[in-house]
Design a protein around this ligand. Structure first.
Ligand SMILES: Cc1cc2nc3c(=O)[nH]c(=O)nc-3n(C[C@H](O)[C@H](O)[C@H](O)COP(=O)(O)O)c2cc1C
Ligand code: SF4
Length: 522
């Protein structure tokens, strides 16, 4: 009995002090059950519960790919595909080239840079325009929705991977300041750049820009998981730290209204964007889910007429994630990503402004096949939200809204956060981002081009019953749509050519952008 007690005490002590597994640090001894179930789960589930492809939002296979990429485990799977193609409408099929691998050098692309195909803010002459060094970046997720430890892990990991981290609408906190380049998001409550009455304050924003490593600004119109509704962070969750990041009083309910007060239609939105870009010199973009079509038509027409407008447009799919959202909005409001982009990109292309703007996609695009389709349909960059959460430890327990996240990712509880060790989790985030880029580069090469932005929409077919349609047919794309214009293509090809000549194990290099801009790429 004493021996059992001593052994248990030993396991408890080990679990509490080890730094590899959040679940064991937070739930000593019982946490091992999860690993046992994980080990035998596939066999059990195959006969009893669910298949590898059934769970949502991310299936077992999808999560397995994210976890193994984050842990740099063997990415290969044996015995062939277990996907039942007959039941998967929309399943992505890539038509590889007969003679792949046009890029010089045969080395594996793991760890290779995959810059954005366009210069962000370049066409609108922004003073601090730059070419984003990574076309895969971390999507907006607020401090408040995520824990300080998770934000710090993402900041450190993004810095190591050479990608950008979007702050989300919850303001800027010390947890964001661990090396990542930041996109500062402005939501309806103007957290971090508001006056005492909660109105937008340009002076507060320019002060923030001067003091912090902000590379771009994003005005959030809506989010796929809850478009058209505001949000409430209950008083109990408004800790002094969160209150400081948001510029609100601690311990008081913190509301985000449904609509902006700084603008109310397309012309005033465009003025708002210009005002911020003029004052800060930074590229300024917008993020929105896709609902009414008239908005995009008016925006594109005005951009074409006036030669101004947002420097990036981030399209968020209705299947996107949130810290907490009303189910009917999560399930029924806004178009899923493919349909949304398939409506918006043609409007930009028709108006002749697709080359003037960096198009960003989000909505389960942290999986290589989905991301490739997004690039083929006109995205220049993809943002990953929940996939980044999984890379730093999330197990899809879907309790984010309760504040009791067992892995310390989406909680403000110091005890639960203790399980997530930022330094360690950051390595996984960096490995995941680099691994996704590597897979995209492999796919692009299989299609005969050196960058996924150069993969055409007719290269991809989507299952449709017993037959397939090309993505171009499915979304009504004209020849040439979805890939960057001639000048951007030539610049990208030259850049990829130069990067491919460098050995993958070479010292971190910088991608040439503009004088004074020197992003770090692993
Ligand atoms: C916990 C959590 C918090 C989020 N917070 C924000 C936010 O503050 N602003 C925003 O624009 N989107 C927010 N999102 C949405 C993501 O940025 C992203 O657009 C969406 O989840 C789709 O990407 P994914 O499928 O890779 O997760 C949040 C998502 C999650 C899961
Ligand atoms: S582990 Fe569960 S509660 Fe925590 S972030 Fe992931 S889904 Fe949310």
């Amino acid at each position: 009995m004493t021996a059992v007690g001593a052994a248990l005490a030993g396991v408890v002590a080990y679990d509490l002090t080890q730094r590899r597994h959040a679940i064991l640090r937070n739930f000593p001894v019982v946490g091992h059950l999860r690993y046992l179930l994980e080990a035998f789960g596939p066999e059990l589930r195959q006969y009893i519960v669910t298949g590898n492809d059934e769970e949502r939002p991310f299936s077992r296979n999808e999560r397995r790919w994210i976890y193994s990429t984050a842990k740099r485990q063997d990415p290969h799977f044996g015995f062939g595909s277990d996907v039942d193609w007959s039941t998967r409408p929309g399943h992505v099929l890539v038509k590889h080239a007969a003679f792949p691998g046009t890029a010089p050098g045969d080395a594996e692309p793991a760890g290779w840079p995959m810059p954005c195909a366009k210069v962000l803010g370049g066409p609108h002459g922004r003073r601090r325009a730059f070419r984003p060094p990574s076309a895969v970046n971390v999507s907006g997720m607020s401090f408040g929705a995520l824990s300080g430890h998770a934000i710090e892990a993402i900041s450190r990991g993004s810095a190591a991977a050479g990608c950008m981290q979007n702050t989300g609408e919850g303001g800027l906190s010390p947890h964001h300041l661990h090396g990542s380049d930041l996109v500062f998001q402005i939501g309806t409550a103007y957290f971090g750049c508001r006056d005492a009455r909660g109105r937008f304050d340009l002076g507060a924003l320019t002060a923030l820009v001067e003091e912090h490593p902000l590379r771009a600004i994003e005005v959030k119109l809506s989010q796929g998981a809850k478009p058209g509704v505001g949000a409430l962070l209950p008083a109990a969750k408004v800790t002094p730290e969160i209150a400081a990041a948001r510029g609100v009083p601690p311990g008081v309910d913190c509301h985000s209204p449904a609509a902006h007060t700084a603008f109310h239609d397309v012309p005033t939105l465009m003025e708002f964007v210009e005002r911020i870009a003029d004052a800060t010199g930074l590229p300024v973009g917008i993020k929105s889910a896709v609902g009414e079509q008239g908005f995009w038509e008016e925006l594109a027409a005005r951009m074409a007429r006036e030669g101004t407008g947002p420097d990036h447009i981030a399209i968020d799919g209705g299947e996107g994630g949130t810290g907490a959202g009303p189910l009917v909005f999560t399930d029924h409001v806004a178009l899923p990503f493919r349909l949304g982009l398939g409506r918006v990109y043609p409007v930009l292309a028709e108006a002749g402004v697709a080359d003037r703007v960096v198009v960003i996609g989000a909505g389960k695009l942290g999986l290589p096949e989905n991301a490739l389709l997004a690039f083929a349909m006109g995205c220049d960059m993809v943002s990953v939200g929940r996939e980044a959460m999984m890379a730093v430890g999330c197990i899809q327990a879907q309790r984010c809204h309760t504040g009791r996240c067992p892995t310390g990712v989406a909680t403000q509880s110091p005890w639960l956060q203790r399980g997530l060790v930022p330094e360690r989790a950051s390595v996984r985030l960096a490995a995941y981002v680099a691994g996704l880029r590597a897979e995209l580069l492999r796919l692009a090469r299989a299609c005969g081009v050196p960058h996924p932005a150069l993969v055409g929409c007719d290269r991809i077919e989507l299952l449709d019953g017993e037959d397939t349609v090309t993505a171009a047919q499915r979304f009504g794309y004209r020849p040439g749509w979805g890939i960057p214009g001639e000048a951007d293509r030539a610049a990208l090809l030259a850049l990829m050519d130069e990067l491919a000549r460098r050995r993958p194990e070479a010292e971190p290099q910088t991608i040439p952008t503009r004088p004074g801009e020197a992003p770090h790429v692993p």
